[in-house]
Structure formats: C-alpha cells, structure tokens
Design a protein around this ligand. Structure first.
Ligand code: SF4
Length: 347
C-alpha cells in the first residue's frame, strides 16, 4: 500500500478527472478496497443549531442573509434542546452528531453555549462535529478542549473560481481556519460543492487544495449544488452527473484514507447515481430528512437502497456489533429523524 501523496499537480488531477470512465472507476474502487470495507457506509446526522441570517454571501446558500429565500430564521438553540435532539439521535442509532450554525464565526458570547453542547453530546457517547464558520486559534483550542472531534469547514471550490461564489470571506481565511483546527488536534471535515458553473480545472483545483493539505481531511464532503429559489445560483446549468462521479472517484484516489461523503444534493440523485458514487469510493452519507435547509432522502429510501446494494452502516469500535446493528437498522427504518437534518452545501 503506497503512502498518500501531498504534492499533487493540477494537471495530474485534471488528467485523472478526464480518464476513460471505466478506468477511473476501476482504480478508485481498487484504492477504496485497499483501505476500507467496500460495503460499509458511515452515517452521520446533523442538527441546525442556528439557522439563517448569515452575514456571508455564499451564492449557493439559502441561509445567507443577502438573499431572500423565505427561510425561517432561528436563533441559537438552547443547550438542553440540542441535547434532547442528540439523545433522540442516539436512541435511533446515530454515532456522530453534527451541529451547524449559520455564523461568520462564533462570538465570544456564544462560545460557552457551544462548548456546553459539545460536552453534553460527548457525554451521551456520541462523536461530535461542528460547523460554526471561521475559527481563530483560541476558539479552535477551546472547542478541542471541550472534546469536539470534528470541525467542518469547506473550501467549496478552486481558489480561482471562489471569488465568483463568495466575496465576504477569503480562501486564505478558510485555509487558516483549517490550520487552526488541525493545530488544536481536531479532525477536519472539508470538501466542496460541484455544479456551481465551475470547470473541470476548478474541480481539479479544489481536489488539489484538499489533497495537498499537510494531513488529508478525515472527512471530505462532496456536495452537488441544490439550486434554491432566491439564491444567485438558482438557474445554474445542471452538472453532468458523470462529472460528479468522476470527482468522487478522483477524491478517493487522491485521499485514500479519508471518508468521502455524499452530502447535499443526494435527494435529487437517482438510486443508480448514488450507487455509482458508492462504487467510485464514497463511503459516508448524512442521514436525515433534511440537510439543514434543503431536503434529504427519506429514511426509508436510504434503507431500501442499502438493502438493494448490500451496504451496511460502518461500525464504531466502541459499540459491539449487535447493538450497533440494531440501532442502525432502527435509524435507517425510522420515518422521523425530522429535524436531525444534515449540513449540506452550507459551509
Ligand atoms: S454557507 Fe455557511 S457561511 Fe456561507 S452563507 Fe451559508 S451558512 Fe453562511
């Protein structure tokens, strides 16, 4: 097994993305099998702990205060309510609980609440993940000290295309946040969004940035743009779905030990397309009825898809297999995970 590289050139990645489809998928599946159980998919749930009115102007995002999407804004949720949601998530089988807030960055006033949420969710025996916007070194350390396992902060797209999508936060600031997260000892969840009108070279540029981080992100969400009415990207031309699969396959080859997550846009995908992305090396999904503010496939559809493909949820070492199997089956069979919605394109 070769060691993962961190010195990928853009033209190498472009060449990967444009290889004959069958060759690319064969290699991606081979890499996947060398590092993971090919039939296991990690399942997370996510709760929006503060919704809408975000000061950033991400053109894809219904939570941005710059656009009128009819989204109902919600203030920071009370800690006890978050913990109640986490308890319910655990009861129906979640192993990781992700909490997302539509902020530019967490304020000093909000930090104590956020820290209580991390401690409380951890005390329930769940892995914790948060996405709160930009972090400085002190806030990253405070979250790590509280026991936060993962921090999600996406790069979204290539450095060149980025300014067409977001003007209120720089690419360099995003990379800086990832540095702080890593320095504080937390795991990184970072990926991007496809279908925003970017070129193949931009997709290669995004993957290059992720793959050349000093340590690969443990989790790499690959989102398909969800075109939300009222956002500037509402009328963007559809991406060829095969380009999506190619990007997942390239991510798998470039970051062989990372979980590649099929995130936002999954509801718009056919079962066949999802199956192809699993074959290309995607091995993580957000599970729930909504992705923060966009809908996510119904639980029963996920359950049927897992059954049809012979997939099973990835096990966590802390759980014995039978307990986890039962819990996960309940999770996948449950009709109401309701507000345990999932992050998405957001962030
Ligand atoms: S993606 Fe995140 S930072 Fe950007 S507008 Fe939406 S909530 Fe704010």
């Amino acid at each position: 097994m070769t060691e993962p590289r961190h010195d990928w050139r853009r033209d190498e990645i472009e060449a990967l993305l444009t290889r004959p489809f069958n060759d690319l998928l064969f290699d991606a599946q081979s890499v996947h099998r060398a590092h993971f159980d090919p039939n296991a998919v990690q399942v997370s749930t996510l709760l929006s702990i503060k919704t809408g009115a975000c000061p950033e102007d991400c053109k894809y995002c219904p939570q941005s205060g710059h656009y009128n999407t009819g989204l109902t804004r919600e203030k920071l949720m009370a800690v006890e309510r978050v913990l109640e949601e986490a308890r319910q998530a655990k009861a129906i089988g979640a192993t990781r609980f992700c909490m997302g807030a539509a902020w530019k960055h967490p304020s000093a006033r909000d930090m104590p609440y956020v820290i209580e949420m991390v401690k409380g969710v951890r005390a329930l025996g769940l892995e914790t993940c948060m996405t709160l916007g930009r972090l400085d070194a002190d806030k990253a350390r405070a979250l790590a000290d509280a026991g936060l396992d993962y921090y999600n902060h996406n790069l979204d797209t290539s450095p060149e295309f980025y300014a067409s999508i977001i003007t209120t936060r720089t690419y360099a600031e995003r990379l800086e946040t990832l540095d702080h997260v890593r320095d504080a000892g937390m795991k990184i969840c970072a990926g991007g969004i496809l279908g925003m009108g970017e070129s193949v070279r931009d997709r290669a540029g995004l993957l290059q940035q992720l793959a050349n981080l000093p340590v690969h992100p443990e989790s790499v969400p690959i989102n398909m743009l969800v075109k939300v009415k009222g956002t500037p990207l509402e009328h963007t031309e559809d991406l060829d779905p095969f380009e999506f699969v190619r990007t997942v396959a390239a991510a798998r080859i470039l970051m062989p030990r990372s979980h590649v997550r099929l995130s936002a846009g999954r509801e718009q995908m056919s079962d066949e397309l999802q199956a192809l992305t699993f074959h290309a090396g995607a091995n993580s999904i957000f599970y729930g009825e909504r992705l923060l503010t966009t809908t996510n496939p119904q639980a029963s559809r996920d359950q049927r898809l897992f059954e049809r493909l012979g997939l099973h949820p990835e096990r966590r070492e802390e759980f014995d297999d039978d307990t986890l199997d039962l819990a996960i089956q309940q999770t996948l069979g449950a009709q109401r995970v309701a507000e345990l919605s999932v992050d998405a394109a957001a962030r």
